[in-house]
Ligand binder design. Structure first.
Ligand SMILES: [Zn+2]
Length: 146
């Protein structure tokens, strides 16, 4: 199941990681999902609430998640995924990313930011039904014109 994202949003998501460099950025993706695609319609920036080591961990506050869900409902959209950046680290999920991922069927997008410049962006779909069988599956990112 590919992640469909319009170019302007894709650019925004990557630029966010450049802005917060050398710290991580994170955000929520609102959109629609069906049997075939996850489509991103809107990005919501989230404050990185972790102050202990913001360069290698990220966290979205529960209040921000609730606000995002409310905003989505207002527009007929759902939370379809999350994004964050890896400053000077590869665009691969970390054990912490995996441990903290609980939204099954959602996309987890990671952008590597090398020396302040957005490099590779990867997406991982969280599959499974519970902690026992959950897994990250590499997901194709399809960038559309608008
Ligand atoms: Zn990470």
């Amino acid at each position: 199941m590919p992640l469909i994202i319009p170019q302007p949003l894709y650019d925004q998501l990557r630029a966010h990681g450049e802005e917060t460099y050398p710290h991580e950025c994170c955000g929520i993706m609102l959109g629609k999902s069906d049997a075939e695609n996850l489509t991103v319609h809107q990005l919501l920036r989230a404050g990185n609430t972790r102050t202990d080591s913001a360069h290698n961990r990220y966290n979205i506050a529960p209040q921000e998640l609730i606000a995002a869900q409310r905003e989505g409902r207002r527009q007929g959209l759902d939370i379809v995924g999350f994004y964050h950046s890896h400053p000077d680290h590869p665009a691969q999920w970390s054990p912490t990313d995996f441990a903290e991922a609980h939204w099954f069927g959602c996309a987890y997008v990671i952008t590597a930011v090398e020396k302040g410049k957005a490099a590779i962006t990867n997406s991982f779909l969280l599959t499974g039904t519970g902690e026992e069988d959950k897994a990250f599956t590499v997901q194709l990112i399809e960038v559309t014109e608008s």
